[in-house]
Structure formats: C-alpha cells, structure tokens
Ligand binder design. Structure first.
Ligand SMILES: C[S@@+](CC[C@H](N)C(=O)[O-])C[C@H]1O[C@@H](n2cnc3c(N)ncnc32)[C@H](O)[C@@H]1O
Length: 192
C-alpha cells in the first residue's frame, strides 16, 4: 500500500490547527494511518486538499466531532492482543508484585480504555494473580479515554466477558465481582 505523502507540510498544518483550536495533539500518532483517516473523512465530504479542509473545520464546528470519530477507532476486546497479555501476566506482573509488600496498594492505568474491556481484563489478571480479597483491598484500576462516548460504554460493567481461568487467552473468573466504581472525572472511570 502506498504511504500518503505530505511534501508541503499541509497535513502538519491540519494537525497544528487541531492542536491550537481544540487542544488536541495528534502529532504523536502514527502518521500513515492518521493521514489515511483524515483523507477518508475529507473524501466523505468531497474535499481533496488540506487547506480547504482547515477552512471547513473553521466554519463548521460539527466537523471536528466527525473527524474525531473517524480518527479514534474504539476497537477493543477482553485480552485483545493475547501475546501482550501473556507477556504482562508471565513477565511483568510477577516482578511488580515481588517488589511490593503484600499490603501495598497497586494502581493500574488503562490509558485509552475504549469500551472498558481492557480495564476489566486488567482486573481479571490481577484478581487471578493475587486472589479476589487481596485484589479488592489493594488494586485500583483507572481507565481513561479521550472519547466520551466510549467511556459511556465503559462505565457500566461490559457484558459477556470471556470464560476460562488461568490464561489470558480468554479467561473470566474472579472478576465477576468487578464493577465500575464511580467517576473521577467525566473522562475517567475506575474499575475495582
Ligand atoms: C484501538 S482502541 C484500543 C482500546 C484498548 N486499549 C484495547 O487495546 O483494547 C484505542 C482507544 O484509545 C483512545 N485514545 C486515542 N488517543 C487517546 C488519547 N490521546 N488519550 C486517551 N485516549 C485515547 C481512543 O479513543 C480509543 O478508544
């Protein structure tokens, strides 16, 4: 697939505009997929150059919402990317637990939690590792997402969690007791 190009830096101007006008900094995102998504949105509204698209963003405040929804893809799932979860369970968690006393609190952050499945997967992982009682006492899981709609789905416990125990390749056990536990801010929820 050909990578989108930006020889005159016009695409960077779109990003700069979004940062200045909306305070949202997309500059750290992978350029190729970001450009493809912006171009997809532009083609949906029949615009084919970035300067004209900045004009559109300026005159139509709804356009930012549509662009935002095109850029931020909320795909998620329990234990999405099983290899990463297995690595976390087998190599990260043991060290993390070993360097703390058994009473010490543990705080975990799912930074882009989408519909909440990642936060609940973390809860399952920790509950399986230390037991449900210790989990309740020690672990607090923070979950944030820039997308309020996604957070709206994350706040209540997600339905249909996976079954099985012990492996992150689809396990559901002690976390049946997980619940959304209040909101620290409009963009934050915590599962514990
Ligand atoms: C592809 S989803 C992945 C969800 C989850 N982390 C997982 O792996 O299942 C990416 C999520 O990150 C969120 N996101 C993207 N940029 C963000 C940012 N700067 N701050 C917070 N959330 C962000 C999106 O809204 C989206 O819900």
């Amino acid at each position: 697939m050909t990578e989108p190009k930006d020889p005159n830096g016009e695409f960077e101007s779109v990003l700069a505009y979004l940062k200045e006008s909306r305070g949202f900094d997309f500059t750290g995102y992978k350029r190729s997929s970001l450009m493809r998504r912006v171009r997809r949105r532009m083609s949906q509204i029949g615009i084919d150059n970035y300067t004209e698209y900045i004009d559109q963003l300026q005159v139509n405040s709804e356009e930012f919402v549509s662009l935002f929804n095109t850029i931020l893809i909320n795909v998620t799932g329990f234990f999405r990317d099983p290899d990463a979860w297995d690595y976390l369970r087998e190599h990260v968690l043991p060290g993390l637990l070993a360097e703390r006393s058994p009473e010490e609190p543990i705080r975990v952050w799912s930074a882009g939690c989408a519909g909440g499945q990642e936060a609940y997967s973390l809860a399952m992982l920790f509950a399986d590792a230390i037991g449900i009682d210790a989990f309740r006492q020690r672990v607090k899981i923070y979950a944030t997402d820039v997308d309020d709609e996604a957070l709206g789905q994350a706040r209540p416990r997600p339905t249909r969690p996976p079954r099985s125990r012990g492996s992150t390749r689809g396990s559901w056990s002690s976390t049946s007791s997980c619940r959304a536990a209040g909101t620290a801010s409009a963009r934050t929820c915590a599962a514990r």
